[in-house]
Design a protein around this ligand. Sequence first.
Ligand code: S3P
Length: 426
Amino acid sequence: MNELISPARSIHGAVMLPGDKSISHRFAMLSAIAEGTSTIRNYSGGADCQSTLGCVEALGAVVERDGKDVTVRGRGLEGLRAPAARLDAGNSGSAIRMLSGILAGQKFISEIAGDESLARRPMDRIMQPLADMGARIEAREGRFPPLRIEGRPLHAIDYTLPVASAQVKTCVLFAGLFAEGTTIVREPVRTRDHTELALREFGADISARKGVISVTGPARLEARELVVPGDLSAAAFFLVAALLIPDSNLVISGVGLNPTRSSLLDFLAGMGANVRVLDVRQESGELVGDISVRSGPVRGGVLEGAMTAALIDEVPALAVLGAVTEHGIVVRDASELRVKETDRIATIAENLGRMGVQVEACPDGLRVPGGQRFRAAELDSFGDHRIAMAFSIAALAADGPCTIRSAEAASVSFPEFYSTLRQIAS
Ligand code: S3P
């Protein structure tokens, strides 16, 4: 599907976001192995989180969907059953990597795979620690999906993450729920801590302090009534839209403000962006608030080290913003972008180039000089939801209408993205 995006004069109004993708995955998986029926309000309608629901259903959890609300009748830690067919994680790295931690602790063999993009993403990062815990896993060429996971009695390990990855951390902690003893994950670089918060919410024996997270198994999780906050990574596109287009004024309500994610707002504010947080509260263990953003000059900045790990999903949007900042944006330490849904360094550089924007790509980052303009162009999502959304925003600031090819990729995390954009752009 192609989407035609016309230039906007201003962005204004209020935005409703989908439920946070990261939190939705975790709540669904933990509900499936909890005792009793959990309700999850504002569950992400994105295809990725629907893939996770499909997988937990295939494993025996009973799932009922009612608009944005989902109920999951859990099977308890020991109650999942062998799926009748290969599990389908779709486009979702989170689904395959995190679920593998649960599959490793089962008494049955399962297979899990996904679409073409997922088939190219590395799984050795989870295979190694799961093998250390006692699971047997085979993969195509030793590291790519499909995965064949032979669940076994697991033992606890003490594991230091070699890559800054919340998916890997989560996979090991989920396997740790099934293992005898205390599994420890050490993270040299802090990553999103939704798993730690969710495990606490479900009643697991978990502690997390200064980058050392421990969980003791076998665990007994209890069903919960949960609310998923709005997805800050989805909000990022609208924040950038309001900053790019003059005379803009936007309010985004009910956004997840977990400190391991909300450094986006600090980064933007540090560059002089007019972004404010109002009415912070707590729901299902997570911080939630409303964000107001107004257009105005943005200086530009450097994203590196731990900040890059925290904002890794926001790089496509920030690269677009970089072009219209005063001094531009430099992104370093971002080699993980090469193994996301697409090689995002390449796909960002390709689309910026098509818009006549100067950009320098390097193996682990990019530099987008400031003070540039976007030329109308034919752009491509390359099947990557964040590339579709980032360049739809760039198109709003172009000197003529732009086409986004394979625009439907946005529905992986945000099915209502284009209708929301049409509501707020004029
Ligand atoms: C996620 C972690 C990140 C992120 C992804 C969601 C999660 O991936 O890019 O969109 O929910 O834990 P990595 O853990 O591979 O960095």
